[in-house]
Design a protein around this ligand. Structure first.
Ligand SMILES: Cc1cc2nc3c(=O)[nH]c(=O)nc-3n(C[C@H](O)[C@H](O)[C@H](O)COP(=O)(O)OP(=O)(O)OC[C@H]3O[C@@H](n4cnc5c(N)ncnc54)[C@H](O)[C@@H]3O)c2cc1C
Length: 314
């Protein structure tokens, strides 16, 4: 069936990025650092088309906003040569209510989410996270699906999705399945996403309790998080943290302790037993532990003050 896809398969000839000319005796078949000239791009016209291409022409690497993929290309660490362009698939960009469930398409960008009245109303912590991701350019291109599929434990939306108990909707040519977020990651940057599958949407049920998000990095928005926390002051509270373990983590023991009325000092101690940060280029394990514990206290304090103010106003 190669003939039938030939008009939908584009080979990139972006001369600006061709480095082969600069290399004196290079083998032309070899991929050069940052070169995209000998990579293939498949251009589906619909989701069905995309899923068929994944099945029939795979393995293909899905491309959404390319804000992560392009960094890898630029660093010369992108070994893949065959890509599937999801960007034109507008059906994956929808943000809508389906009954009492808020559905956010995988291609929704940070700008889409910031501007959506539905997301503002139902998931203000996701709006808060979107506001602090990169600059305007990255917010216009970066997608929720890409953040999740990229799977960095520092991904800023991941604690929000964990605290909200989102359901990840996966589609292949043959099947659709709904995976609870708590079961999506299987290890550091590993997930249950199969080679013939795409993330197509995220489904959120309404949350009860004030939502809270805080990111700590070297500077606002433009830096990768050293610690990032999302929480809901419900009964019991829901708390999720990023950058403190190989994957984003919920803190069930800390949540239970706060839910039964433990002091914040006790809860902070319990949190320290639930996270396993490491030293890396961005921070130390010790710093991350202290910041995570401080964020917990800040979340609880903010929620408590708001609650008691509300009570006084009644
Ligand atoms: C300057 C800069 C600043 C940034 N700042 C932040 C930040 O503050 N916080 C943060 O969390 N991130 C940040 N990022 C990272 C990046 O913007 C996000 O991870 C973004 O959400 C990725 O989405 P994308 O659509 O660009 O993904 P892409 O780069 O297109 O893809 C990323 C990965 O996801 C896969 N993929 C994409 N969509 C799907 C899908 N629907 N189904 C299956 N697989 C898919 C791709 O195959 C690829 O492996 C930054 C990046 C840059 C360049």
């Amino acid at each position: 069936m190669l003939g039938s896809i030939s008009n939908r398969q584009a080979t990139w000839f972006v001369h600006k990025f061709r480095r082969a000319d600069l290399l004196r005796s290079a083998d032309e078949e070899t991929l050069m650092l940052g070169s995209i000239s000998n990579r293939q791009l498949f251009q589906p016209r619909s989701l069905t088309d995309a899923l068929s291409m994944l099945r029939d022409e795979g393995p293909l690497v899905p491309m959404a906003g390319c804000t992560d993929l392009y960094v890898a290309l630029n660093f010369g660490t992108l070994d893949d040569t065959r890509f599937l362009n999801l960007w034109p698939l507008d059906s994956l960009r929808r943000i809508e209510m389906r009954g009492d469930v808020l559905s956010i398409g995988a291609l929704a960008t940070y700008t889409d989410m910031r501007r959506s009245p539905l997301v503002q109303k139902i998931l203000p912590m996701l709006v808060a996270a979107a506001r602090e991701i990169g600059g305007v350019q990255v917010q216009n291109r970066g997608t929720l699906g890409g953040n999740v599929a990229n799977g960095s434990p520092a991904g800023d939306t991941l604690p929000v999705l964990a605290a909200a108990d989102v359901v990840v909707v996966l589609r292949s040519a043959a099947d659709m399945r709904r995976v609870p977020f708590s079961e999506y990651y299987t290890g550091y940057r590993r997930s249950v996403l199969g080679p013939g599958e795409l993330i197509v949407a995220f489904e959120f049920r309404k949350l009860h309790g004030r939502q809270w998000f805080r990111k700590v990095g070297t500077r606002a928005a433009q830096a990768i998080s050293k610690v990032v926390m999302a929480a809901v002051a419900g009964d019991p509270p829901r708390i999720a943290v990023g950058s403190v373990a190989p994957t984003v983590v919920r803190l069930p023991s800390t949540e239970a302790a706060l839910g039964r009325g433990a002091s914040i000092d006790e809860a902070r101690q319990i949190l320290l037993e639930e996270i396993a940060p490491i030293d890396d280029a961005r921070s130390t394990a010790e710093y991350r532990q202290r910041v995570a514990a401080n964020l917990l206290a800040r979340f609880w304090n903010d929620s408590f003050i708001t609650k008691s103010r509300r009570t006084r106003n009644l």
